[in-house]
Design a protein around this ligand. Structure first.
Ligand code: PRX
Length: 631
């Protein structure tokens, strides 16, 4: 199945066609897949509810398109090259045929535990082949997977299990991350003290820590799978049946479960994968994301397998054993398309060129960036030192909610410009709106990035709360999907993402709501009130700055208090959300109606000491100076 556009001229024409007749465009793409039954209607939609149905009436199973269809001609082709955390440990490859049988066995194991179509399965696993197998096994039997990034804490895991009422958790005894280990099973046990929906826990032996197994509930992964049959018929799914839930943060409240559906997600991830990366038969693709984030879902698991690609799956981190690990892996597997995040690029850049120059990197053709704006310095470094001035950089803008890449260059076809994501993919009707909600038609203007027509992998709902989906994405600007990002179009119509315009902060490409971090801080017994803002950070893109009003004023600034508050965030969310700075303050600047003036706190976090504009209307103007003096 070759879905690739072959030139920039073709792109322009295809883009126009896709806008003029989206139904024709997407049904031509959909025709390339294997369906159990063809659809009745290509698209029905309104953004008011929202109500979005792509390929309604169609029946399929996405895993047949990821595995079964490749068996005859490419059964022996490598699906994944698995590279362990420890470079001295044993690496393994898995062919499409092996993956198929392993998935079938795991699918039968899930069935043996009573898991059926529609049930939710939580996956809290390291970057292993068994994690990939577990994900696909869920999809094989129509169970809805909810992957929780293995860097989240027990509390965060429990929240996600409870929100989805997951019946089963698949985890591991622990994981390796560089020189450290994380005890996942122990963390799962703690989470499950507060979860009643879970009937079983499947535990993969990964770090040989022999965790305690609860009789009747916990099962060893390999023992369970061992005697299962290696064929499992794929469940018949309706196009719009949910494929998975993935939790993501927003401006308000707890993270919400973004729901993606079977057919639309399948079509868009394959289409965007092949076009953005220009993957050619025989190439080796490597996306360094974790399967716990949307990038891992779309471009480690679904997009590449749907396209019959060979990919690298890496268990470890970019700096272990040293900062040349990424580049050594690129050489080892002769990676052709490499996809990572700006934070990794900046971190490796800081280690110096010696780590790059001892590697060859001449297999690379396309190098990608995702998750946050890439600054010009990092872009240039990446282009010159990794791409050797010879590879396309694809700066891909998208979101958990969009399911796939929305704005990006197409590898080696499109013009590139540092810090600019580029043009919308075919089928993506991106617009910029002004504050009043009118479309900005001129170029060289900045506005709010919205999408005015559905694409196949658009979010369908937020799990268990459709109204929240409507309010969050479809209510600010009538008849538009609002992304939460600000963007600018240059004179040629290329988009440059400026960043979030809401209370979402992006730390090393990980997305957090300020409210979510404040909630975690406020569980601390010393905290009375808090406000969290993002601030520019050289490696992480944004850092987390927490202003906390504390009860214990005497020893208020003690390291202990700050440590304790950081500990509450680690407990509530995970180490990934640990604030870079906690400042104990006498109060928070508020308007007379009691609203926290984050604008002022942002300035203070950026280092401003005195220029705060007019603060006379604040309820407590004096507090601003007091905070700025302490910062
Ligand atoms: O602000 C944008 C930023 O990441 C947000 C989406 O985060 P998440 O749902 O976690 O998905 C990340 C991976 C797809 C966006 O609203 N973002 C993502 N990609 C880019 C980006 N900002 C600038 N440039 C990008 N290429």
């Amino acid at each position: 199945m070759d879905l690739r556009i072959k030139s920039f001229e073709d792109y322009k024409q295809i883009y126009n066609e896709s806008v003029q007749d989206p139904e024709k465009f997407w049904s031509n793409v959909a025709d390339q897949f294997h369906w159990k039954k063809s659809w009745d209607k290509v698209l029905e939609w309104n953004f008011a509810e929202p109500f979005i149905k792509w390929f309604n009436g169609g029946q399929l199973n996405i895993t047949e398109n990821m595995l079964d269809v490749h068996l005859d001609n490419s059964g022996d082709k490598i699906a994944f090259y698995w590279e362990p955390n420890d470079p001295e440990a044993h690496d393994t490859n898995i062919t499409y045929k092996d993956l198929y049988h392993k998935v079938c066995k795991a699918a039968n194991a899930l069935k043996s535990l009573g898991i059926k179509k529609g049930d939710r399965v939580c996956i809290y696993m390291p970057m292993t082949l068994e994690a990939i197998v577990s994900i696909i096994a869920c999809a094989r039997i129509g169970a809805v997977h909810s992957i929780v990034f293995a860097g989240f804490s027990s509390n965060a895991l429990a929240d996600r299990i409870n929100d989805a009422s997951a019946k089963l958790v698949i985890t591991a005894d622990g994981l390796h991350r560089g020189s450290k280990q994380v005890p996942l099973k122990e963390m799962t046990d703690i989470a499950l003290l507060n979860c009643t929906s879970v009937e079983h826990v499947i535990v993969l032996d990964c770090i040989h820590s022999k965790p305690e197994m609860k009789e009747g509930r916990d099962l060893d992964y390999h023992t369970l799978i061992a005697n299962m049959h290696n064929e499992c018929e794929a469940e018949t799914m309706e196009s719009e049946d949910p494929l998975f839930i993935l939790y993501t943060s927003g401006s308000t409240g707890k993270p919400k479960g973004v729901v993606h559906s079977c057919a639309g997600f399948m079509i868009y991830t394959a289409y965007s994968f092949q076009n953005v990366f220009q993957y050619e038969e025989g190439d080796v693709f490597w996306c360094t994301a974790d399967i716990g984030w949307i990038t891992g879902h779309s471009y480690i698991v679904y997009g590449p397998l749907l396209s019959g690609a060979s990919s690298v799956l890496f268990e470890g981190v970019p700096t272990y054993p040293d900062a040349s690990r990424f580049w050594q892996i690129c050489d080892k597997y002769k990676v052709n398309q490499f996809y990572t995040a700006p934070t990794a690029i900046r971190a490796l850049m800081a280690h110096g060129l010696d780590y790059v120059n001892n590697c060859n990197l001449n297999s690379l053709k396309v190098i990608g960036s995702v998750g946050e704006p890439i600054n010009e310095e990092a872009w240039n470094w990446y282009y010159k030192n990794i791409g050797k001035n010879n590879c396309s950089i694809v700066d891909t803008w998208w979101q958990t909610e969009t399911g796939g890449i929305m704005l990006s260059g197409l590898g080696n076809l499109s013009p590139m410009k540092p810090t600019h994501a580029g043009y919308p993919l075919p089928g993506i009707q991106a617009v910029l709106l002004d504050e009043e909600g009118s479309e900005i038609t001129k170029n060289e203007k900045e506005g709010l990035l919205c999408i005015k027509f559905p694409w196949p992998s658009i979010i369908r709902t937020t799990y268990g709360d459709h109204e929240r989906c409507r309010i969050t994405y479809f209510s600010d600007y009538k008849n538009y999907y609002f992304t939460g990002d600000g963007a600018k179009r240059d004179k040629d119509g290329m988009y440059r993402i400026i960043g979030r315009v809401d209370d979402v902060i992006n730390v090393s490409g990980h997305r957090f709501g300020t409210a979510e971090i404040e909630d975690a801080i406020n569980t601390n017994k010393y905290a009375i009130e808090s406000a969290v803002v993002g601030f520019p950070h050289a490696i992480k893109g944004q850092g987390i700055y927490a202003f906390v009003v504390s009860e214990s004023d005497g020893s208020a600034d003690s390291d202990e208090l700050v440590e304790s508050i950081m500990g509450s965030v680690i407990e509530g969310i995970g180490k990934i959300a640990k604030p870079d700075k906690v400042l104990i303050v006498p109060g928070l600047p508020k308007t007379r109606s009691g609203k926290i003036m984050r604008r002022i706190l942002r300035k203070i976090a950026e280092g401003e000491k005195s220029e705060f504009g007019d603060i006379s209307t604040l309820l407590n103007p004096d507090v601003v100076k007091a905070i700025a003096d302490k910062a």
